[in-house]
Each structure stands twice: as structure tokens, then as C-alpha cells.
Design a protein around this ligand. Structure first.
Ligand code: AHR
Length: 497
């Protein structure tokens, strides 16, 4: 089989906003406690952060991390997590049915993010709370001094304001699992008024209004249409969330599910543009895909967990080779929509549906999905280029005309570097892809990194890293024509300079 791709350095989709390689830490399971924060761990630093985890996160170059939830934020009192630790209350955390000790909170997270060179994407509680708690939190975090909440932050040892720029107006408010679920009109009004007050405290902040919790929601896309009637003027981004799973053990169908993602993104951008036209607005609403990943392996185990434990192992999916392929396919899709998707968060970062896993008191390791995420984050900054492609196609249970191969191309003008991210979804056949590059004279192939394992269900563990990148020599480069052999079921990074 053979596929063809044409590209030209002048045919640019957009400058990639590096925040599309963001991630997410929620107060749940072992994401915070036992994940990023474990004061008794031999590798803990003076603040209780695990140094091994800090290193793994830094290698991912995560530009922004969403915090503190997730479902948890919809019943969270942010005041519980600041000030002297001995005074912080133990609470019943209703969303995940656990005990929250509040030994970690906003200031600790700001310190963690600094240590990983990441920005913070804060979420406010629009489930049980509203305008008042939100504007107080912005004042606590971002106002320099001389007011009740900013002086309280200073008295907690944080003289300088955190200056968090990006704020989510609640989380998944369309979902019936959400504490304080709202109708679209209720949410739209509350989000618009909360955003307005937050901006009055700090005019420099950016706001994300809640879109649907997934394209499968019964209220999608009406939710977007109705809420944006209220929030269009105040918000800069609308959120999208989507999780995937190979529940029927149908790998070809599973690997084709980026088609659903395409449909989701295209629909949301159309609804946004409809509202833009209706409101005669000059503003284009950008997309924040602030929760995405594979999530299904742990569903059964989670049902058996006892309630009211402290940091139990929740949502601890163990990922395999095919999950890494899907994650690669999702990242390619985001790059193709770089003109509208300006932020995205792999949900989540440590232990909870995460690329990084830790053992309490023990070691830490990389799941299969760590690699495509790291490759995209490290090599995928610059301009996203248009590709004209022809690939052999296939049909699956849910999708038709699915291309066997998919590519996204990133061009770094100043460094004179091109990176091709390529996926072969065919589970049995290798495919030769012919890339015709225009205007890249003098470039040479630096490396072809590939991630492949014969067993689609192979995964990693602390003891054994079965799925890891390797270098390939299966390419030729002559007269700006690149021929690459993509192994069946493989993720590929081809770097030219
Ligand atoms: O990331 C896990 C959960 O998924 C989040 O708390 C919620 O927002 C989504 O449903």
C-alpha cells in the first residue's frame, strides 16, 4: 500500500499555540497525594514534591496545567486549601467520594507549576458557588496587595501575586454527574456574570466557557448554542472534553475514532461562528480542548473502590500500544486545527488516566502514551502546515472512509526544521508514504523515531518498558522527496533540518 502527501512551507494553517500540549492535575485519586506530592517519599524536595515526578513532567515540557478539577471543583471551597496546614479542614469530597485533607492547595500548586516551568489554568466552582467565591479567588491569586484577599495571600507567605492568566468558568456543567448541574440558560447567565466580575478584579485574565462534556451528550450542540448566547462576549475560549475507549475490543474501529473527534471540533467551530455572525461580533471564539485522553481500562476497578478513602487508586488506566496510537492520532488532529484549538489538556498528568505512574514510596515510570505526547510537545512547536494527502482508506463499524495513514507537519522557521508526525492505523500492513516537500532545499533527515510493538495490547510497568521509541532507517530522501516506510500500527516522528 502507498500514500501520498504534499506540503509547502508557505501553506500555513497557523502558528501553533504551545498550550495545546497542556495537561491536568485534579484533586482525585493519587494525582496530587502520592503523585506530585508525597512529603514522606525519599525523593521529596523541601516542599514535599517528588523530584522523580518533577523530572518526568519537565521532560514533557508541559506548557500549562489545569487545576484543581474536574468534577471535584464543582463542590470545592478554595479557602480550605490555603493558610496554615494544621488549620485546613478534612472534607468529604463528593464528586469522587473520598476524603480531601486539603494539605495541598492553590499556593502549593503554583509552586509545583513554577518548578515544572508550566503556567496554571485555574478552574472556579460554578456548581455549589458562584460570582462571589470566584472574584475573591481572583483577588487572592492575582491582586498585588492592599485588599482583604490579596493581603491574606501575603500573610500566607506569598508576597507576589501568582498572576494566573487562564480561568475556566466551571467544569462540565451539562453533566448530570456534576454537583450543581445547570441548564444551558442557568449556566450561561452564571458564567457570564462570574466572568464579568472576575475581569473587574483583573482585566488581563482569559476566560474559558464550558462546552459539552463530549460529543455524545444528548444536549450537544444545543448546549454550545444556548450558553454562548450569554457568554460569547465575556469568554475567549469554549471548552471541549472527550474520552475514548476500545470497549468492544475492535482495534480498527477504536483507532478510527479520531473521525469522531474531527466531527466534534468541526461542529463546535461552526456553532461558534454562527454565534459570531448572529452577534455581529468581531471576536472569533477559540477552542480549549481541556480534557482528552483514553479512559476505560480502570472503569471496573473503580466501581469496587470503597468510599471515603484518602487518595485511593482511582482511574488508574494501564495503557497499551494501541492507546499510544490513538493519542498520537488525537495530537495530529489538534495540529490540523491549530487555527482554532489554542489550548488542550491531556487528562491527566500523574496516576489518574496519566502518562506518568508512581508507586507510593517507590519508583515512577512512563506509560505508552507518554511518548507520542512528549514527541508532539517537544518537536511540535512552530507553524502547522497544510497537507494535501491521499491515503488508502477503510471502513469500520462506526466510521467510513478512514485513512490508513495520517500526518501533521510542523515547520520551525527560525531553526529551519521540519517535523512530520505520522500514524499508520493499519493493524497488519506496512504502508509506504511519499512526501513531496516544496521549498525545503538543503534539508536532511535528522532522525526517524518510531513507536511500534507487534502486540497492540503490550504495555509498560515499573519493572519493564516494553513500548518505547526506537530509531528507524526505513526512509529515503532525494530531491525534496521523502519516502518513508510506516510499520503497521506505528507512530512516527520524522525530523528534517
Ligand atoms: O478527568 C476525569 C474527569 O473527567 C474530570 O473530573 C471530569 O471533568 C471529566 O468527566
Amino acid at each position: 500500500k502507498q500514500a501520498n502527501v504534499m506540503l509547502d512551507k508557505r501553506a500555513v494553517i497557523a502558528d501553533i499555540d504551545e498550550r495545546i500540549y497542556g495537561s491536568f492535575i485534579e484533586h482525585m485519586g493519587r494525582a496530587v497525594y502520592g503523585g506530585i506530592y508525597e512529603p514522606d517519599h525519599p525523593e521529596a524536595d523541601e516542599q514535599g514534591f517528588r523530584k522523580d515526578v518533577l523530572e518526568l513532567v519537565k521532560d514533557l515540557q508541559v506548557p500549562i496545567i489545569r487545576y484543581p478539577g474536574g468534577n471535584m471543583v464543582s463542590a470545592y471551597n478554595w479557602e480550605d486549601g490555603v493558610g496554615p496546614k494544621e488549620d485546613r479542614p478534612r472534607r468529604l469530597e463528593l464528586a469522587w467520594q473520598v476524603i480531601e485533607t486539603n494539605q495541598f492547595g492553590t499556593n502549593e500548586f503554583a509552586d509545583f507549576a513554577k518548578k515544572t516551568n508550566s503556567d496554571v489554568m485555574m478552574a472556579i466552582n460554578l456548581g455549589t458557588r458562584g460570582i462571589d467565591a470566584a472574584r475573591n479567588l481572583v483577588e487572592y491569586c492575582n491582586h498585588p496587595s492592599g485588599s482583604y484577599w490579596s493581603d491574606m495571600r501575603r500573610s500566607h507567605g506569598y508576597e507576589a501575586p501568582h498572576k494566573f492568566k487562564t480561568w475556566c468558568l466551571g467544569n462540565e456543567m451539562d453533566g448530570d454527574w456534576q454537583i450543581g448541574q445547570k441548564t444551558a440558560v442557568e449556566y450561561g447567565r452564571l458564567a457570564a456574570e462570574s466572568g464579568k466580575a472576575m475581569r473587574q478584579v483583573d482585566p488581563d485574565i482569559e476566560l474559558v466557557t464550558c462546552g459539552s462534556s463530549g460529543s455524545g451528550m444528548p444536549t450537544f450542540p444545543e448546549w454550545e448554542a444556548v450558553t454562548l448566547e450569554h457568554t460569547y462576549d465575556v469568554a475567549d475560549y469554549i471548552s471541549l472534553h472527550q474520552y475514548f475507549g476500545n470497549r468492544d475490543n475492535d482495534s480498527q474501529n477504536y483507532l478510527a475514532s479520531t473521525m469522531e473527534l474531527e466531527h466534534f471540533i468541526n461542529t463546535v467551530r461552526s456553532v461558534c461562528d454562527y454565534l459570531k455572525a448572529k452577534k455581529r461580533s468581531k471576536k472569533t471564539m477559540m477552542l480549549s480542548f481541556d480534557e482528552w485522553n483514553v479512559w476505560y481500562h480502570s472503569n471496573e476497578a473503580d466501581e469496587k473502590l470503597e468510599r471515603w478513602q484518602q487518595a485511593p487508586p482511582q482511574l488508574e488506566d494501564r495503557y497499551n500500544m494501541e492507546d499510544a496510537l490513538l493519542v498520537g492520532g488525537i495530537l495530529i488532529t489538534f495540529l490540523k486545527h491549530a487555527d482554532r484549538i489554542k489550548m488542550a489538556c491531556l487528562a491527566q498528568l500523574v496516576n489518574v488516566i496519566a502518562p506518568i505512574v508512581t508507586e507510593n514510596g517507590g519508583g515512577s515510570w512512563k506509560q505508552t502514551i507518554y511518548y507520542p505526547y512528549m514527541h508532539a510537545s517537544v518537536f511540535g512547536r512552530g507553524k502547522s502546515l497544510h497537507t494535501v494527502s491521499a491515503s488508502p482508506k477503510f471502513d469500520t463499524k462506526d466510521f467510513t472512509d478512514v485513512p490508513h495513514t495520517d500526518s501533521a507537519v510542523v515547520y520551525r522557521e527560525e531553526e529551519e526544521e521540519v517535523t512530520i508526525f505520522a500514524l499508520n492505523r493499519h493493524t497488519e500492513e506496512d504502508i509506504r508514504v511519499h512526501y513531496a516537500l516544496h521549498d525545503f532545499e538543503g534539508y536532511e533527515v535528522e532522525e526517524h523515531i518510531t513507536l511500534h510493538h507487534e502486540d497492540l495490547k503490550a504495555g509498560n510497568s515499573l519493572a519493564q518498558e516494553n513500548v518505547k521509541p526506537a530509531l528507524s532507517k526505513a526512509y529515503t530522501w532525494e530531491g525534496q522527496e521523502l519516502q518513508v516506510e510506516l510499520k503497521h500500527a506505528s507512530w512516527n516522528v520524522i525530523r528534517l533540518k
